[in-house]
Design a protein around this ligand. Structure first.
Ligand SMILES: *[C@@H]1O[C@H](CO)[C@@H](O)[C@H](O)[C@H]1NC(C)=O
Ligand SMILES: *[C@@H]1O[C@H](CO)[C@@H](O)[C@H](O)[C@H]1NC(C)=O
Length: 626
């Protein structure tokens, strides 16, 4: 087992508060997410670079000018062009009349009636020449538009339908779809816009309209595809459509997450997560009578309790799973005497880690009732109230009960500080961290968190001074270097940050060879990636790979990997990693987060297949902050 195990008592996590951002993985997820949302557009554009390189987009480039004007221009050009065409038509008709043919006479008649817009039927159209049909069609369209404007939708629909008899034009379909949109006939909107899009795949207005209809009829994935295509064609210039993409990603991710959570096997998260969670409490020796080496009846609940503590100290995926089961059995067997509250406390802790929040909360309540002096139970329950019920008042009340029970317990202040920290109350957080330090200087995370809090308050100098003092006092603690590195990274001091992460990695290896924490590896990967030196992405990927060898279930490593793959246009692989990150995520919100990236990536892949000629839009739009 790890070398440090021999020198320290088996770590007995007294107060497991779920980790607010800064104390275990200070918002790594958030960091990745905010990177991705700041670069939202990039998510859609990265993958196509290779496509462009193969020249697949030429078609659209070369035809973009003539292919189809924006719908608004269509109307304009059809008005300006009308006179010309009318003149041409007159000439033709005159010629026909001159020829004295029957047809000519009939045409003149039709034209005359058209001013009053007669019923156009298949037969009457069949009798017309191509130009006549076109002319008639555009008159019908103009009339349809004005009927639409005056909200006479039935009339507008009839006019567009007649126009379509004269000519298959995507604009007519799309306009008729607008009428159906106004009357909420989504199936018909979908049918007409689909016809419009099949005539003109780049028809943005029709795509938006169909997206809207799909969304209204609950076909969210189809809606997402249409809005995304429209955004890409339009270079993300339409904010409404871009918002629709964002909204639908969330809707779909939520739907899928709800499904996943239903069937999710409740199990412990990765050992990196569990260790980070457990080590945010001061290590204490096991309760009296449960120490290693004390002989206990193997059939007793106390034996299971002792076993659970020992397994927890080994910090591997298997041992954490064993510990959880041992605590379950301990409570089931019972006969725990004075340790009953502790057993409920530990079972609740592991249930909480597995995401069984309601059961966990009940266990902690039981622990509190049995033995209020075990202040950690209040602290853990406070965090559960906060996470499970969003109930700050209950959380604060529990901290106060803990303080009234044992005002000298440094853990209470540390965890109350965490609560303040999450709520952005940094002054109060700093006060509580300091109080925790004053009561016990040896707990490294109080110092680290104080430094992070000072940084958040804008006191970069005092924050860095705190970290330098930490390095002096906890020279061999990898965590100090890891978190100091994060702040340096935030300051864009890449080389210094990377040096700190390197030290953290070395110390992790040296002090915990069997159960090293992979966060410094991932942080280094992110630093390299943000630094953007040429080979950085490949090297960052290697770091993530080694993190995943050490801890295959580390969701943060998996999510980082997904982003790095996306950065390298490996979209299909990236999608797999996003899906995996969703599987590994513990809470529903994390699952939703991972799935929304998965869906964005999947949509991108589909659009690439569906619109190979859109590649130049991915590549050349230079969206920047669009
Ligand atoms: C932008 O998109 C919305 C919704 O998709 C659509 O209703 C609107 O007409 C679009 N605006 C422009 C200027 O294209
Ligand atoms: C569809 O109709 C709604 C009103 O129900 C309107 O707000 C919206 O702009 C229309 N959308 C499109 C794409 O025509």
């Amino acid at each position: 087992m790890a070398a440090n195990m021999a020198t320290k008592p088996a770590p007995f996590p007294v107060t497991a508060i779920p980790l607010p951002p800064a104390s275990s993985a200070p918002g790594l997820w958030e960091k990745i997410s905010s990177w991705a949302s700041e670069n939202k557009v990039v998510v859609y554009t990265l993958a196509t670079v290779t496509v462009v390189a193969t020249g697949a987009g030429i078609y659209y480039i070369s035809t973009a000018d003539g292919k189809r004007p924006a719908p608004s221009e269509t109307a304009a050009s059809s008005t300006t062009g009308k006179k010309k065409r009318k003149n041409q038509k007159k000439k033709k008709d005159a010629a026909a009349k001159e020829a004295g043919g029957e047809k000519g006479g009939k045409k003149a008649e039709v034209e005359e009636e058209n001013d009053g817009l007669p019923e156009v039927t298949e037969e009457s159209v069949a009798a017309l020449g191509e130009q006549e049909r076109k002319d008639l069609a555009s008159k019908l369209k103009v009339a349809g538009n004005s009927a639409y404007q005056s909200k006479n939708y039935a009339r507008a629909i009839s006019l567009y339908t007649q126009a379509l008899l004269c000519k298959q034009d995507p604009v007519f379909y799309s306009n008729r779809a607008a009428c159906y949109n106004a009357t909420s006939e989504w199936d018909k909107v979908i049918a007409d816009t689909t016809a419009a899009i099949s005539l003109d795949p780049m028809y943005v207005k029709a795509l938006n309209r169909r997206g809207h209809a799909y969304e209204r009829s609950g076909q969210h994935s189809d809606a997402l595809l249409d809005y995304t295509a429209s955004c890409i064609i339009d270079h993300f210039s339409n904010e409404t459509a871009a918002n629709a993409v964002e909204r639908l990603l969330q809707v779909i991710a939520r739907e899928r997450a709800a499904e996943m959570m239903k069937d999710k096997k409740r199990r412990l998260p990765s050992p990196t997560f569990v260790s980070n969670y457990l080590q945010s409490f001061r290590a204490k020796p096991p309760p009296q009578g449960l120490e290693d080496g004390v002989e206990l009846d193997a059939a007793s609940g106390l034996y299971q309790l002792q076993k659970g503590i020992a397994e927890m100290g080994r910090r591997t995926a298997e041992s954490y799973a064993e510990a959880g089961e041992a605590f379950d059995r301990a409570v089931e067997i019972g006969g725990l005497g004075e340790h009953e509250a502790f057993a409920y406390n530990m079972r609740g802790t592991f249930r909480y880690l597995k995401g069984e929040n309601t059961d966990a909360l009940n266990d902690l309540t039981k622990a509190v009732e049995l033995k209020p002096e075990l202040t950690q139970s209040f602290i853990k329950r406070a965090s559960m109230y906060l996470e499970e019920e969003g109930d700050q008042a209950k959380a604060i009340a529990d901290f106060e009960k803990a303080i009234s029970t044992d005002a000298a317990d440094p853990d209470i202040y540390y965890h109350r500080a965490q609560l303040h920290f999450i709520l952005g109350e940094f002054t109060d957080a700093a006060k509580d961290y300091q109080k925790s330090i004053d009561l016990d200087r040896d707990f490294i995370f109080s110092h680290i968190q104080l430094g992070v809090t000072q940084y958040k308050m804008g006191s970069v100098a005092s924050s860095f001074a705190t970290f330098r003092r930490c390095i002096k006092n906890f020279e061999r603690a990898p965590e100090v270097y890891n978190y100091y590195g994060e702040l340096l990274l935030d300051q864009q001091k890449y080389e210094e940050a990377i040096a700190k992460f390197d030290t953290a990695v070395e110390l992790e290896k040296a002090t915990k060879p069997m159960c090293m924490n992979v966060l410094p590896l991932i942080n280094k990967a992110l630093a390299l990636f943000q630094w953007q030196s040429k080979d950085a992405v490949a090297e960052a990927q290697k770091l993530c790979e080694s993190a995943l060898i050490i801890d295959p279930e580390c969701d943060i490593a998996v999510a980082t990997m997904a982003q790095l793959l996306l950065q390298q246009s490996k979209v299909t692989e990236a999608l797999k990693y996003f899906e995996r990150a969703a599987e590994l995520s513990r809470t529903e919100n994390e699952v939703i987060n991972a799935l929304s990236y998965a869906e964005a990536t999947r949509t991108q892949l589909t659009i690439q297949q569906r619109y190979p000629n859109l590649a130049p839009n991915f590549a050349s739009s230079g969206f920047g902050g669009a």
